[in-house]
Design a protein around this ligand. Structure first.
Ligand SMILES: Nc1nc2c(ncn2[C@@H]2O[C@H](COP(=O)(O)OP(=O)(O)OP(=O)(O)O)[C@@H](O)[C@H]2O)c(=O)[nH]1
Ligand SMILES: [Mg+2]
Length: 302
């Protein structure tokens, strides 16, 4: 019997903020690479990860949620996401299980009409609805775009995600193994470390403040005897009043952010970590081209 040809290709995850793109990507590759939170606009950069199995390889691109940008950082995020639609073999468009299709979804459908890439609609969070209702959501979405396929999943519970992988492979061309099978991501450890700190800040702070935060790793050095990694990092925020909230009463909030992120950084690096956190104010950094770039959001890289 003829051996089946190896298939491979690039697949982007797009959709409005908070629909579960990063949660789904982490689940599919079986590792936490992209940070997640219940606050919209968690992901800010394109994050590439690799899924490898015997018959093929999928390179996933997690992207920032597509929204109406209110500052230069937002514009950067949205163009990062929209750009990927043209560069890939398959688009995964993630949506919430609902029959209400708003302006945000219609805008995405319009963008997709401009490209020829096959689009798989992924109805996520089906654990939150009754099974018999799913057909209704499928019908509603069928009206706005001609999808190559529609797959309901729960990224959180891992429901139907194997079926999603099978469906993706249907649309991938024959191709090489782009990365060796041990490769999981293109994100440097330093970048993931900064993101993990930002995740804890997002999760532990409420409302407006988390959106105005960036995290910079000032230094990251392994001790000579290999016993520990010393990390100095700065949380940047937009206002003096925010700085006070991030630090908290008697420094409690910052301590919590530090403790929770240290634990995850230790898992990531597989060694003990000594983490020192600082807080700095940079007024309106999200509207400064220079500072946006400085904190790792570089237009030339999208
Ligand atoms: N119930 C349920 N919640 C989910 C599911 N998938 C994701 N979530 C939750 O939805 C929230 C948003 O998840 P993210 O993965 O950060 O969403 P995202 O689309 O990457 O968001 P942005 O990066 O802001 O665009 C988190 O609180 C997740 O736990 C799911 O299948 N079921
Ligand atoms: Mg995300």
């Amino acid at each position: 019997m003829k051996k089946q040809e190896y298939k491979s290709g690039f697949v982007t995850l797009i959709g409005r903020p908070n629909v579960g793109k990063s949660t789904l990507m982490n689940h599919l590759i079986g590792q936490k690479i992209a940070i997640t939170s219940d606050k919209p606009q968690t992901t800010r950069n394109r994050i590439q990860t690799v899924y490898t199995e015997e018959g093929g390889q999928i390179i996933f691109l997690d992207t920032p949620g597509i929204h109406k940008a209110k500052n230069k950082l937002g514009e950067y995020m949205v163009s990062t996401a929209e750009r990927t639609m043209r560069e890939v073999d398959v688009v995964l468009w993630l949506v919430e299980p609902t029959t209400f299709i708003g302006a945000g979804e219609r805008h995405i459908a319009e963008q997709l009409l401009k490209v020829k890439t096959p689009v798989i609609l992924v109805i996520n969070k089906v654990d939150t609805v009754k099974r018999e209702e799913i057909l209704k959501y499928i019908e509603a979405y069928k009206d706005i775009y001609s999808f190559a396929d529609i797959v309901p999943v729960s990224a959180l519970k891992g429901e139907n995600t194997k079926e999603l992988i099978r469906t993706i492979f249907k649309y991938l061309p024959q191709g090489p193994m782009y990365y060796d099978e041990d490769t999981i991501t293109d994100q440097p450890e330093k970048q993931i470390t900064a993101e993990l700190i930002r995740e804890k800040a997002l999760r532990l702070l409420s409302d407006e403040i988390p959106h105005g935060i960036a995290v910079a790793i000032d230094s990251m050095k392994e001790r000579k005897d290999g016993s520990m990694m010393d990390i100095d990092a700065t949380i940047v925020c937009e206002r003096d009043s925010h700085k006070g909230i991030i630090i908290g009463k008697n420094g409690e909030k910052l301590k919590q952010i530090g403790m929770q992120s240290r634990r995850e950084i230790e898992n990531l690096l597989d060694m003990k970590v000594n983490l020192k956190l600082w807080v700095k104010v940079k007024k309106d950094w999200r509207d400064s081209d220079f500072l946006i770039k400085n904190y790792g959001y570089d237009k030339r890289e999208i």
